[in-house]
Design a protein around this ligand. Structure first.
Ligand code: IPE
Ligand code: IPE
Ligand code: MG
Length: 246
């Protein structure tokens, strides 16, 4: 892997403002090496740390990492427990760095159903980083995109006493990502070509990027490859191509 500073520069205006990542393939990475799946999750944490650091260094304002889906509770109890322990370790270890770099931590998903220690550690980290302005790091945790839409409708109704005035824009104010730009790109590793209930409302016009690379093998160099591809995409949002763009 080349050292980060040797990676080519991408013009800041061609970078996504919000990058969303489906970190997939940890289990397969471990199995291919004859290791237990948990080793893949451990190695995946190292990839996540480098990607967070590189996104912040590049000035990407919002990074969302799909960390645990509501559907992931279907996995063996021991794997689920391991994942939450890893998360607690990661947040505890990274908190000083996140704070120093001005990274604000947020959680997208049903927080109250997370294990007690996970909630305590996350709550503390969110409070400590609340004033960070360099980047927002969203962890999609116990997250379901369909549930998010239902929750937004419920919250809208509670706030207005009816569904009057509901539009795609007003509903967006009740999503977990209220106030944040939609992801410009959704990136998924490990060769799976699906979104698995990740940000269905917000990704309506996101650029999709899929790579065969398994998440534990994903480096800042791979990230730059993806960002380079994004810089060449022509987004139209249903209109006509902008003249002279790219
Ligand atoms: C992604 O890797 C991590 C989580 C879903 C928590 P997987 O654990 O899904 O790895 P594969 O897809 O089984 O290889
Ligand atoms: C999506 O990956 C969830 C996360 C990366 C946290 P999965 O591995 O759970 O998705 P499916 O089951 O292959 O669709
Ligand atoms: Mg998977």
């Amino acid at each position: 892997m080349p050292h980060i500073t040797t990676l080519p520069l991408i013009a800041p205006e061609l970078l996504p403002q919000h990058l969303a990542v489906i970190m997939d393939g940890n289990g397969r990475w471990a199995t291919q090496k004859g290791l237990p799946r948990t080793e893949g999750h451990k190695a995946g944490v190292a990839s996540a740390r480098l990607v967070v650091e590189e996104c912040q260094r590049l000035g990407i304002g919002f990074l969302t990492l799909y960390t645990f889906s509501q559907e992931n509770w279907k996995r063996p109890k021991s794997e689920v427990a391991f994942l939450f322990d890893l998360l607690v370790d990661f947040i505890t270890r990274e908190l000083p760095v996140l704070e120093k770099r001005g990274v604000r931590l947020a959680v997208l998903g049903h927080f109250a159903e997370l294990p007690f220690t996970t909630r305590k550690v996350l709550q503390h980290a969110m409070e400590r980083t609340a004033h960070g302005t360099a980047m927002t790091l969203n962890l999609a945790l116990n997250y379901s995109g369909r549930q998010e839409i239902v929750d937004a409708c419920t919250a809208y109704h509670a706030a207005h006493g009816s569904m009057k005035g509901l539009t795609p824009e007003t509903l967006a104010n009740y999503l977990y990502t209220a106030g944040q730009p939609d992801p410009d790109m959704v990136l998924r590793t490990s060769g799976e070509l699906r979104l698995s209930n990740f940000l269905p409302y917000q990704s309506a016009y996101s650029e999709l990027y899929f790579t065969e690379t398994l998440w534990p093998d994903f480096t800042p160099a791979h990230l730059h490859e993806a960002l380079g591809a994004f810089a060449h995409r022509q987004r139209r949002f249903g209109g006509l191509a902008e003249q002279g763009k790219h």
